[in-house]
Design a protein around this ligand. Structure first.
Ligand code: PHE
Length: 371
């Protein structure tokens, strides 16, 4: 009897030492499956952010990782689980646009704010109050590559490869073409699907038409294969891509074939402009022994933006937090200075990287004009 009382007393003490009040935040990412690499990188960034800031308004922030397994249906289930079961006040996620579209519909219905680190398709936030992002959108990304290719690389004709299964790819291809044509360039289409292995038919057509560049808007597994097969078939032109290339696996799978490839992305350590960006870089290198990718930097930023909004909301009320997210102004993130508009989108420069000697190199940052 006496023992039991003691135990109860001890538990209470522990609870008060740890800080009784806790709020939960979820990161919903593809931690396994086809695009696991992107989800894991984003999670690493979120973890660093949580280490740096783990309490807000006197609450301890408990961070939960929920894996959407790189699957659209799971992407919706994962958000429902975060809200109904974990009772989170905000969600960082998701990563791929198609997943954020599926998960975002649930978050919107249930009235809990979401900040996607990297989903760039315009539809992700369109018509929504609770879904936001820490990155630019694809009309912007497509225009940036169109301008860079046309003005800096002298490219005049492009074969555009679209993964018709990915909202991200379909959108980005269309936006690129619109901007590239406005500049006076010409483009033609080639299509494929996620998981395809053989691109001989499309590449044979490309070789016949002989464009200056191939622009591929999908994700790294297919991008790497397309580049390899193109070189094997004798293609000598340029490769251009979007942020779907920003994973070390691009180089691991693509090898020599991806040397000289240019891609648009959100961040490169060498382009760091903020103090918090330096701090993030230092901590990331210490913890993981490598450089952070754009996905890590934006995972970090999405968490920090959410905490900042919670702070300004003054209480952990999801609706109030959602309103505050859209008032984020000149926020110092790892990826630069971030302002989120009333439409839930962030406005920031586009980074151009290239692959040189088996590594990603920072080329430049641009604010596109041909929108
Ligand atoms: N911008 C891409 C998207 O919206 C981000 C991404 C790239 C996600 C590659 C996963 C893999 O889908």
């Amino acid at each position: 009897m006496k023992g039991k009382v003691l135990l109860v007393a001890l538990l209470i003490t522990l609870a008060s030492v740890a800080g009784a009040a806790t709020i939960k935040v979820a990161a919903v990412v593809p931690y396994t499956g086809g695009i696991a690499s992107f989800g894991q990188m984003a999670w690493q960034g979120v973890e660093i952010a949580h280490e740096m800031k783990s309490s807000v308004l006197g609450y301890d922030v408990e961070l939960v990782l929920i894996d959407n397994r790189s699957d659209k249906v799971e992407a919706a289930n994962a958000v429902a689980r975060a809200i109904d079961y974990e009772k989170v006040v905000g969600i960082i996620g998701e990563i791929a646009s198609s997943h954020s579209l599926a998960g975002g519909a649930i978050a919107e219905k249930k009235g809990v704010p979401m900040i996607s680190p990297t989903s760039t398709n315009p539809l992700v936030t369109q018509g929504k109050k609770f879904v936001n992002r820490a990155c630019f959108i694809d009309p912007y990304q497509g225009a940036a590559m169109a301008e860079f290719a046309f003005k800096e690389l002298g490219v005049r004709s492009v074969a555009v490869f679209t993964d018709i299964e990915q909202d991200y790819s379909v959108g980005l291809s269309a936006f690129f073409r619109a901007s590239f044509k406005k500049l006076g360039g010409s483009a033609f289409n080639e299509f494929y699907r996620t998981g395809d292995q053989d691109f001989t038919a499309q590449l044979t057509d490309v070789l016949n038409k002989n464009p200056d560049a191939i622009y591929i808007t999908g994700y790294y597994p297919e991008i790497a294969l397309i580049c390899r097969q193109a070189r094997d078939l004798g293609y000598e032109g340029l490769f251009l891509t979007g942020d779907g290339s920003d994973a070390p696996e691009l180089i691991e799978i693509g090898g020599e074939a991806v040397e000289g490839l240019y891609f648009t992305t959100h961040y490169h350590p060498d382009g760091t402009t903020t103090k918090i960006g330096q701090e993030f870089l230092k901590r990331f290198r210490e913890k993981y022994g490598k450089d952070p990718s754009a996905f890590a930097a934006l995972g970090f930023d999405a968490y920090m933006i959410l905490l900042d909004a919670i702070e300004r909301a003054g209480k952990p009320d999801p609706k109030k937090i959602a309103e505050e997210i859209r008032k984020t102004k000149d926020f110092e993130g790892a990826s630069g200075i971030i302002t989120i508009g009333p439409d839930g989108n962030a406005m920031k420069p586009v980074v151009i990287d290239t692959v040189k000697e088996g590594a990603f190199h920072y080329v430049t940052s641009i604010i596109p004009e041909t929108l």
